[in-house]
Design a protein around this ligand. Structure first.
Ligand SMILES: NC(=O)c1ccc[n+]([C@@H]2O[C@H](COP(=O)([O-])OP(=O)(O)OC[C@H]3O[C@@H](n4cnc5c(N)ncnc54)[C@H](O)[C@@H]3O)[C@@H](O)[C@H]2O)c1
Length: 444
């Protein structure tokens, strides 16, 4: 089949590449010329494991190409995906200007029947708006389908190739048949294609992200309660997880959720509910707990240096002036370079405001970190370099390579052996035996 994808970011690029891998001819389009230039030169603008190799293979076979030309993208395709961004507007609602702008352009260039598939995460009712935007310019028939994306950054290729489910919101039997054919190679083992009305498909995406965000805020709240009661969240988490109705998935305490999806999708759903006079009380609490959680490590660090060191300060001195804090992990989660809404950004800003110097390292997000902080923090070439002369280490993202470090080398490099473990990846007793002062989330 001939497919075009409008918007070649995390979702568009993965969608286009995986559809090319299953034999379709795919044209990925973006308005960002530098992104398309990079892709045409054979480099990949984002870090996503396995993506570069797939792009190389499919471009070499002539099944995948890149363009900034919207007309070519529309004219040459039977199926057109919209995968542009839907950032939050001022009131938290999803800003649809990119989606509807793309829809109008699709209408302008329509040269025959096509299926217009919305893959961006959009509020319920957007399907109607997309249909109206395309129709305002179109001289040919078309159908609109909602096909929300559930991939996880860091495991995006696998998620797309072996989806838990494919949700299709559609009314037209013709469009449904085309979409089922397109997705058939990805659901060979079992039929995981769920066909529903467009509104329900749009809502399924928000409800899923809202549930995942709720699990994170819930376990973080439990961790905070454990921390102040002298209970250990890790024991509690295990004790809960064996109950099949609860399970172990996605119940890890930490420094709050970030990324380009959960924060904006929870906000957007709260706003949609409000517009329809529903008070989304649970979701508002989920968001409030998360905002608080992003500050938990900073609070611990300030408290440690206030109480444990007994150092006297003048009233004017900032609480962490003269302190150096090393930081491991900057991306909002492992296996991605994405720093959108990352808890690390909140922590770094707090540390800088408190007068600390920050020495940070991340396996892949250093370029993104430089765009945000420039020379306001020291970006260390490797994890051990970040520790040199540090008064403490804050572990923020649980990259695998941070899990079993050389603790004796760490002790030698640091000015004082203090670890704030924002993901509970270290063995507290072991570290204490080695002479570290250890702080975790919801552990004493
Ligand atoms: N990133 C994820 O993990 C993820 C997962 C599921 C769903 N989503 C949703 O998918 C959508 C895209 O997210 P993303 O992370 O890929 O965003 P992104 O910011 O990485 O990419 C969006 C791309 O769209 C391009 N664009 C904007 N307007 C355009 C236009 N008129 N024509 C062509 N290109 C245009 C931008 O230049 C950008 O490259 C969002 O709605 C998001 O909520 C994201």
């Amino acid at each position: 089949m001939k497919v075009s994808v409008i918007g070649s970011g995390y979702v568009g690029l993965v969608t286009g590449t995986c559809l090319a891998e299953s034999g379709n001819h795919v044209l990925c389009m973006d308005i960002d010329e530098s992104k398309i230039d990079m892709l045409n030169r054979g480099s990949v603008p984002i870090y996503e494991p396995g993506l570069e190799e797939l792009i190389k293979r499919n471009t070499a076979h002539g099944r995948l190409s890149f363009t900034t030309d919207m007309s070519a993208a529309v004219r040459n395709a039977d199926i057109i995906f919209i995968a542009v961004g839907t950032p939050p507007g001022e009131d938290g609602s999803a800003d649809l200007k990119y989606v509807l702008g793309a829809a109008k352009e699709i209408g302008t260039h329509l040269n025959g029947y096509k299926v217009v598939v919305n893959k961006s995460t959009v509020p319920v009712g957007t399907g109607d708006k997309v249909r109206a935007a395309v129709a305002s310019r179109a001289k040919h028939k078309f159908d609109v389908v909602s096909n929300p994306e559930f991939l996880k950054e860091g495991a995006a290729i696998d998620d797309f190739m072996k989806p838990d489910r494919v949700v299709l919101g559609a009314e037209s039997p013709r469009a449904i048949e085309i979409m089922q054919e397109l997705y058939a190679p990805f659901v060979l083992k079992n039929d995981r294609i769920l066909i529903m009305d467009i509104r329900s498909a749009e809502m399924t995406k928000y409800a899923s992200n809202a549930m995942l965000a709720t699990k994170i805020s819930f376990i973080n709240e439990m961790a905070n309660i454990c921390g102040s009661l002298g209970a250990d969240i890790d024991a509690v988490r295990r004790g809960m997880g064996f109950d099949k109705r609860i399970g172990f998935e996605f119940l890890f305490p930490g420094v709050g959720y970030g990324g380009s999806c959960f924060p904006k999708d929870v906000k957007a759903l709260v706003q949609t509910a409000k517009e329809h006079r529903v008070d989304a009380a649970v979701l508002k609490a989920v968001e409030a707990v998360n905002e608080r959680q992003k500050k938990v490590l900073l609070t611990m660090i300030l408290e440690h240096f206030r109480t444990k060191t007994g150092r006297r300060r003048t009233a004017a001195a900032k609480p962490l002036s003269g302190r150096t804090i090393a930081m491991w992990g900057l991306s909002f989660k492992p296996r991605t370079d994405d720093m959108r809404e990352a808890p690390s950004v909140v922590l770094i800003n707090g540390l800088l405001r408190a007068g600390a110097e920050v020495r940070a390292h991340d396996p892949v997000a250093m370029g993104e970190a430089y765009k945000i902080f420039r020379d306001r923090i020291f970006l260390a070439g490797d994890d051990y370099e970040a520790l040199k002369g540090a008064d403490a280490l804050a572990l923020v993202t649980e990259w695998n390579e941070f899990r079993r470090p050389d603790f004796s080398l760490m002790k030698k490099l640091m000015k004082s052996p203090v670890i704030f473990d924002g993901r509970n990846i270290y063995n507290r007793e072991e570290l204490r035996k080695l002479g570290f002062i250890y702080y975790g989330i919801g552990r004493n």
